[in-house]
Design a protein around this ligand. Structure first.
Ligand SMILES: [Mn+2]
Length: 426
């Protein structure tokens, strides 16, 4: 199923008068305050977030998985789903593949399908956190950290294979999320598993093409409950430094203990030029993988405030790779992803509204009250009309979620794919 721009434009007609009213009010108010509204719209338009291939199927928990109908059963269908989201939102211009869940049978065919939908390939994701059928050596007790040389070598080779596959598709980065760890004190020798991991990552890094990046994720617990080898940003940062200039830390919002000051981590990494990528989601307690902005929208804004500052002031840091890494246990994944995209764009636009000059001045004057006022002034601005404008200018929907429902996309996909199609993934 493909949604063309004329179809979207005709749905936009119903919302156009309302949009124009709202936009004029917001834009005029901001222009009065000296805000360059056109630049903000342009920046929001340019901001593209990758959708991971595993996000289009129903997510599960340790207790089960409730399917919904019309799931994408093939890689082609997953790419088509991202294409639908991108057509409506104009802000999901990339897909991130997970290997081995999404090995393309014909790389060239997949490449041309992706291109025809206006999508690019984001980072490739390797998987050494589960055993595959017919796999020779088990990862039950670790992969890149393993004290079993055969298992470790197999995990290194898998990552190298993923790089090779990514090269065929035109991807430029590899994300390593390492689930290695231990569930009981004494199970692992901390120094041995860290040393093994460092050595494995260096071997993978050595196979990285010149124009590629290696992203190293971290996580304090889960799937193991006592320790993970790469538990925090500091460990990831250290490993990235050990590997070399093409290796970076990747921040996943859900991979922190409650109340961690993530915006400060972002600032530290960008100052050091080592923030490579970002995974968006939201959480209440742990790695809940909830819809972005559904629990802590103000935190998301504060994180974007540091990202915007870093993108403007830290030329030593490359432009980060953006991806949504959420799980959809209850909602239609496509609806959920559109809500996440809206929250991301909203936090970004609000961060762009922060009066950086006034904030610097207030900080210099130790005017703590004013510092807070400046942040709140930006945060409390309703930026939705600006996001609508950014979409409309690119042929997207004024209201993507409403348009998706009016077009009855899900039911059409059920007709096309059947009720009980299943997406690969956890
Ligand atoms: Mn992640």
């Amino acid at each position: 199923m493909i949604i063309d721009k004329e179809n979207i434009a005709s749905h936009n007609q119903n919302n156009l008068d309302q949009h124009n009213l709202r936009f004029d009010f917001t834009a005029n108010s901001l222009i009065q305050k000296g805000v360059d509204v056109d630049t903000i719209i342009k920046k929001v338009s340019d901001f593209q977030v990758a959708i991971p291939s595993w996000a289009l199927g129903a997510g599960g928990t340790r207790f089960g998985r409730f399917s919904y109908y019309g799931e994408p059963g093939t890689l082609e269908q997953k790419i088509e789903d991202v294409g639908l989201i991108h057509a409506l939102t104009q802000s999901a211009g990339a897909i991130s593949l997970h290997i081995p869940w999404d090995v393309p049978e014909d790389a060239e065919k997949i490449k041309s399908l992706t291109k025809s939908l206006g999508l690019q390939f984001d980072a490739m994701n390797s998987n050494t956190f589960q055993d595959q059928p017919n796999q020779e050596h088990s990862y039950k007790y670790g992969s890149l950290c393993s004290t079993d040389d055969n298992a470790r070598q197999q995990a290194i080779q898998h990552n190298i294979d993923v790089i090779k596959l990514g090269e065929q598709l035109g991807s430029k980065s590899l994300t390593v999320w390492l689930a290695d760890g231990s569930s009981f004190p004494g199970q692992n020798n901390f120094q041995t598993v860290l040393k093994n991991t460092q050595d494995s990552l260096k071997q993978i890094y050595a196979e990285l093409p010149e124009d590629w990046k290696l992203f190293i994720e971290y996580k304090p617990y889960e799937p193991y409950f006592y320790s993970t080898v790469i538990q925090d940003w500091g460990t990831s940062f250290m490993l990235a430094n050990e590997c070399g200039p093409k290796a970076y830390t990747l921040v996943d919002l859900g991979h922190h203990l409650p109340n961690t000051n993530i915006e400060q981590i972002v600032a530290t990494l960008m100052l050091k030029g080592k923030l490579g990528g970002f995974h968006f989601n939201d959480s209440k307690y742990g790695d809940d993988d909830l819809t972005v902005g559904s629990i802590k929208p103000y935190s998301l804004f504060l994180i974007f405030n540091e990202l915007v500052y870093g993108m403007e002031n830290n030329p030593q840091n490359p432009y980060p790779a953006w991806m949504i890494d959420a799980s959809h246990n209850l909602k239609d994944p496509m609806e959920d992803l559109m809500q996440s995209l809206e929250a991301i764009n909203s936090a970004y636009a609000k961060a762009l509204l922060v009066d950086q000059k006034a904030l610097r001045e207030a900080q210099r004057n130790h005017d703590v009250t004013l510092c807070q006022e400046i942040l709140q002034e930006a945060y409390l601005t309703d930026v939705r009309p600006l996001l609508e404008k950014a979409r409309v200018l690119n042929g997207g929907a004024i209201n993507p979620l409403q348009t998706y429902r009016q077009m009855d996309v899900r039911n059409k996909l059920v007709d096309e794919r059947g009720k009980h199609s299943m997406a690969t993934g956890l």
